[in-house]
Write a protein that binds this ligand. Structure first.
Ligand SMILES: NC(=O)c1ccc[n+]([C@@H]2O[C@H](COP(=O)([O-])OP(=O)(O)OC[C@H]3O[C@@H](n4cnc5c(N)ncnc54)[C@H](O)[C@@H]3O)[C@@H](O)[C@H]2O)c1
Length: 500
């Protein structure tokens, strides 16, 4: 498969809009195609709406955003993109016809995926040209925040197609879950439907309202599900002997049975109960308001899970690791030139960022804590170059900040593009003194400086410890090259703390 620089979307409704927002955010261009011209305004609005929550998901350095274009000419889209994701209505014949059409116009090495919630890939690829490059890639709403994508191959799908698609989806921050063989509804929708069917029965039988049933999940099992699935949770429910005991104790209930296999008839009365129940739960809040609330807590949950390296948090952590690595790789030539003294000053520009809307205080200017965050990102990039990566940190060694001196010199407004110039002022066995200068891109004015002292720590020993010799040598080479520059007038103001 070719490298995916441009994603083509077939159908730009709820799911197409979600794919667009995710891909653009991670630097992929998008050509969106829909039969209805009015969907252009819709998808642009959907992308703008998603951006608020998406921009808070990670502070890792992102590539420049992708560009969005729109067309009603499906075949023109198919000829100019590297990967096609189909998101048109869930009707087998319509999907078969449309997929066959675009497959005749897309070059053979362009993968084609369907977002179908439950149709079988073998049926969908039936009339396609080069059906071996087709797969189901089933996402979850909102696609721009939920990492799960189920990958399912049909009878004629090549194994390499699933591998290549999996790499692309990981690249845009997703968790590809390969489904071993095609079944209607894939995996997740079968589980979701089982729960939903019971909800419909309980509402139909007048046992509970929609709100009570939602409460039965959100105050209990829902909290567990974000990081451990039903099986692992039931393993815990069995006490010391785990799943075996759990099955012995609760297995007989399966025969009673508590649940039903067929959904109830969707009568007018049942539809009214479901609609009225959810309207009461919405309590006057619009769909947009509820979406914003959902997006905000989805971001917050993933950030918490990142600390535990669990589930969606592990996906986020892996994504950030890659983003930091590629930023470090981008900065490496400049760092090497600086270390060898070829271009010591102007090139040590490791971080390009902008003042995000949520970083500003009531004055409309960047708030204090964000200066330290941006300078911390610059130091991280410097340390990555020196060899301090995730593996180094996992070995129980890290640099801790012990002192910072920040000087504020000019204003940085919301959305203002910024860059950081970094210098190594001092390095010895255990200590590193860094000077970061934050500049506005529009006029190069120096906005702030931060002089910071870092201590190299072994967490196993619980105290300062010598850094790796290679790391020290690289930092020392930088320091020597930059020592030819005049010392920054703002530096030298740390308290002179003694570290042993
Ligand atoms: N909504 C969800 O929660 C969800 C979740 C996962 C997967 N899916 C799947 O994603 C697909 C799309 O669902 P949706 O909710 O975005 O639907 P939607 O109705 O919001 O959007 C469908 C879009 O397809 C366009 N369209 C119709 N025929 C077309 C054609 N021939 N060519 C190009 N565009 C065409 C429509 O104009 C519309 O904009 C379905 O297969 C659905 O099962 C939906």
């Amino acid at each position: 498969m070719r490298q995916v620089k441009t994603l083509g979307l077939l159908g730009t409704g709820v799911i197409g809009g979600g794919w667009a927002a995710r891909a653009l955010h991670f630097g992929i261009d998008v050509v969106a195609a829909d039969v209805k011209p009015e969907m252009e305004t819709w998808i642009r609005g959907a992308v703008a709406n998603a951006e608020g929550a998406l921009s808070r998901l990670t502070f890792a350095p992102l590539p420049p955003k992708g560009r969005l274009s729109f067309t009603t000419d499906l075949t023109a889209m198919a000829r100019q993109v590297d990967f096609i994701q189909e998101n048109i209505p869930e009707q087998l014949e319509l999907k078969q016809r449309t997929l066959a059409l675009v497959s005749r116009h897309a070059p053979r090495d362009v993968l084609i995926a369907s977002s179908t919630s439950g149709l079988m890939p073998t049926d969908l690829q039936r009339d396609m040209e080069s059906p071996e490059r087709f797969l189901v890639a089933h996402p979850f709403n909102p696609v721009y925040l939920l990492p799960l994508v189920e990958l399912v191959g049909g009878e004629r799908t090549a194994p390499e197609t699933l591998e290549a698609a999996s790499r692309f989806f990981s690249y845009i921050g997703m968790h590809p879950l390969k489904v071993r063989r095609e079944v209607p509804g894939h995996l997740t929708d079968r589980l979701q439907e089982a729960l939903w069917r019971e909800i419909l029965h309980l509402v139909n039988d007048g046992v509970a309202s929609t709100g009570e049933l939602d409460d039965s999940i959100i105050y209990g099992p829902g909290l567990r599900w974000a990081a451990m699935g039903t099986n692992l949770i039931y393993h815990l429910a069995g006490g010391e002997t785990g799943m075996r005991h759990m099955l012995r104790q609760f297995g007989p209930c399966l025969k009673w049975p508590w649940t039903r296999l067929e959904a109830p008839e969707l009568t007018e009365q049942l539809i009214d109960r479901m609609v009225e129940g959810t309207q009461q739960q919405a309590a006057g809040r619009s769909i947009r308001e509820l979406e914003r609330l959902r997006d905000d807590y989805l971001v917050a949950i993933q950030q918490v899970l990142r600390q535990f390296n669990l589930g969606a948090g592990a996906t986020l952590r892996a994504l950030e690791e890659r983003l930091f690595e590629s930023a470090a790789a981008g900065a490496r030539p400049a760092l090497e030139a600086a270390a060898s003294g070829v271009a010591p000053q102007a090139t040590l520009r490791l971080i390009e960022t902008e003042v995000r809307a949520e970083w500003v205080d009531y004055n409309g200017h960047m708030t204090d804590s964000r200066y330290l965050q941006v300078c911390g990102d610059a130091t991280d990039a410097l340390l990555r170059y020196a060899g301090v990566d995730d593996a180094y940190r996992r070995s129980g060694r890290a640099f801790y900040t012990v002192e910072s001196h920040v000087m504020h010199q000019a204003e940085a407004r919301a959305l203002e593009p910024l860059y950081v110039l970094s210098r190594v002022l001092d390095v010895d066995d255990k200590r590193l003194r860094v000077f970061n200068a934050l500049h506005r891109r529009r006029d190069d004015a120096q906005v702030a400086t931060a002089e910071q002292l870092y201590l190299h720590v072994s967490s196993a020993a619980g105290k300062a410890a010598p850094m790796d010799a290679g790391v020290r040598a690289r930092l020392a080479a930088l320091q020597a090259a930059q020592a030819q520059l005049p010392p920054p007038p703002e530096a030298g103001r740390l308290g002179g703390r003694v570290v042993r």
